[in-house]
Design a protein around this ligand. Structure first.
Ligand code: AMP
Length: 414
């Protein structure tokens, strides 16, 4: 039990050793799949100028208005712990003149992000995301590539119940016109709506599509949708994205009410959800953000990206991989401790996970420790005799000259 009154800050957690294999698998798999598709890793600072997020993510979003960890540093700079990755990657794109690189510039990242949200299962104040961004192309092929890569990542991790929701938000202008139309529609049916939806008609009318309330659901079944209000170009773009996904056998549910918490999305938006995760069911999502680079001071530059939560992915994984196990344990009496260290070092250098007693246990206790660690073999260094190799599964023992122990174990464990 805890022997100190210090605790990790609310909404944060320690990722303990038993969680590391799953976390590492997520990152290694993402690395493999993304680099294979031409995405190169980028690391950006954990904090940025506050105005980057205010500008990039949008002042009206929950993230910027309520959830940022902001502070003033010793030089009176207004800084914020990054709540998401896209604004930083776009800042880096502009700062390093990546417009001159061959387009699109394809980047991926993995790291910690910070949002002051109400903590609950699967929702933290410091969490970790894998993300990918392709900047500099408006081709619907890139939207599809992104979606397929996230789906492949989810599948490679053994997650089978992920559902893809797909929508299009059109351009910023057509969306604004549509939202006005939707607000008007909701107002004309106000008496049938839940209080919660009523209270959000102005701030977030799209949320009405997500409501469980029966009366609201009935109203929303007849509501105008953004997908019916796309202009010809946006509509053709969306048809092309869907066409590629169909061709690749990627199934999706069209979701006219797909809401993402960031202002910068245009055209394609998507989200993967897993029912098994309960209330916080989103494992990853993203979309196109054709206006963001310009918003940050660059030339108009189309781009698309996604982010997926490492914690949510590991929670959704049906099987938790095992960490590296000690294969060989070297037990020794007091007069052989140094020889034991020598042997363990030789075994490790030969690539065999090996360990020894560092707690002064008696021989019997060391054998127990070997068992506890799940070692396949135990080497016993006792008195002046040759080492004995004990097979921990069947208990067979064999005496082997010291110089041959490593070679013998390599042959046995290979
Ligand atoms: P977003 O950047 O909001 O689009 O989120 C992308 C993904 O990051 C989500 O689908 C979640 O998997 C994960 N995520 C977002 N916020 C949190 C949080 N507070 N705690 C844990 N994971 C999160």
């Amino acid at each position: 039990m805890s022997s100190s009154s210090y605790k990790a800050p609310r909404g944060t957690f320690d990722a303990l050793p038993d969680q590391q294999p799953a976390r590492r698998l997520v990152e290694d798999t993402a690395n493999l799949l993304l680099e294979r598709a031409g995405y190169a890793r980028i690391e950006t600072p954990i904090f940025e100028e506050t105005s980057l997020f205010a500008r990039g993510v949008g002042e009206s979003t929950d993230i910027v208005s309520k959830q940022m960890f902001s502070f003033t540093d010793q030089g009176d700079r207004e800084l914020t712990l990054r709540p998401e990755g896209t604004a930083s990657v776009c800042r880096a794109y502009l700062e390093h003149g990546m417009q001159k690189w061959p387009q699109p510039v394809k980047l991926w990242y993995s790291g910690a992000f910070f949002r002051h949200e109400r903590p609950q299962a699967g929702r933290y104040r410091q969490f970790h995301q894998i993300g990918a961004e392709a900047i500099g192309s408006d081709s619907p092929l890139v939207d599809a590539e992104m979606i397929v890569l996230l789906r492949d990542l989810i599948e490679a991790l053994g997650i089978e119940d992920a559902r893809l929701r797909l929508g299009s938000l059109g351009s910023i202008e057509s969306r604004a016109a549509y939202l006005d139309e939707l607000r008007e529609y909701l107002r004309s049916h106000e008496s049938d709506l839940s209080d919660e939806v009523k209270g959000r008609i102005d701030s977030n009318p799209l949320r009405a599509f997500d409501a469980d309330h029966e009366g609201t659901a009935k109203v929303m079944a007849e509501a105008p949708t953004m997908l019916d209000r796309l202009d010809a170009e946006d509509s053709a773009h969306f048809e092309a994205v869907k066409g590629v996904l169909d061709d690749l056998g990627v199934s999706y549910d069209l979701d006219p009410g797909l809401v993402r918490g960031l202002d910068y999305y245009t055209r394609t938006v998507f989200e993967f959800t897993c029912e098994s995760l309960g209330a916080q069911s989103g494992v990853g999502g993203g979309g196109r953000y054709d206006g963001l680079i310009e918003q940050l001071g660059g030339k108009p530059t189309p781009a698309v990206g996604w982010a997926a939560g490492i914690e949510r992915l590991t929670l959704a994984m049906p099987e938790v991989p095992q960490g590296a196990r000690t294969r060989v344990f070297v037990a020794s009496d007091d007069s052989n401790r140094q020889r034991a260290m020598h042997l363990v070092t030789d075994l490790r250098r030969a690539g065999i996970p090996a360990d020894l007693d560092l707690a002064g246990r008696a021989m019997k206790g060391q054998m127990k420790q070997a068992d506890r660690l799940g070692a396949a073999s135990c080497v016993i260094l006792d008195a002046e005799t040759d080492p004995v190799i004990r097979n921990m599964e069947n208990g067979e023992q064999e005496s082997v000259p010291f110089e041959s122990v490593v070679e013998k174990l390599i042959a046995e464990l290979a």
